[in-house]
Design a protein around this ligand. Sequence first.
Ligand code: 3PG
Length: 212
Amino acid sequence: MTHTKQSIIAQLAQIRVLPILVTDDVDQAIRCVTTLAENGLPAIEITLRTPNAMTVLREVVKACPTVTVGAGTILTPAQLDAVRETGAAFGISPGITPVLAKAAADSGLPYFPGVGGASDLMLALEHGFNVVKLFPSDIVGSVKMAKALGGPFPDVRFCLTGGVTVESTPQLLQQSNVLCVGGSWMCPAALIAANDWQAVALLAAQAAAAGK
Ligand code: 3PG
């Protein structure tokens, strides 16, 4: 599937919940991503927080061609390059640095930097990024922060991530400049380790419903 930044943003605006997966096992990752997609969540952020993450990403991209598979926790330009080689549709970072922002802007990979406040957002905008991850959302203020930043930055849209739950999702999504929320609550490590795909399916369906 060919993805553009605009098509990814349009999809996030529709599903409004982006699952965040942390796993080092290729088979479990494919099974989990398939289960999430079958239950209403056809886009995923796979974090680079495990030693085997690039392989996981590459294999999920191959095995799940109808899912929009992105990489999260990109911290360096070298990781950004490696992510591009996996065929991932997009990249996300928990924060922003001038070096990484420039590399991402130059790379052409659809990319969403992380911000924690106004200065980060100004740096993001200097590099043309007006859709950003607000992280860690529950600590930096979630809706209040998104609302306050909407004053000086009316064209920015946020993906709120970090501490989001199925219960908090509907309220977070009511804020007009919140594009979507992201989180790991529908694919927790314990259920993945237990291969409990029925439980993941149920959590995914609930998350997808909370995004409606
Ligand atoms: C992230 O990478 O954005 C967070 O780890 C996701 O936060 P959560 O695990 O609290 O949902």
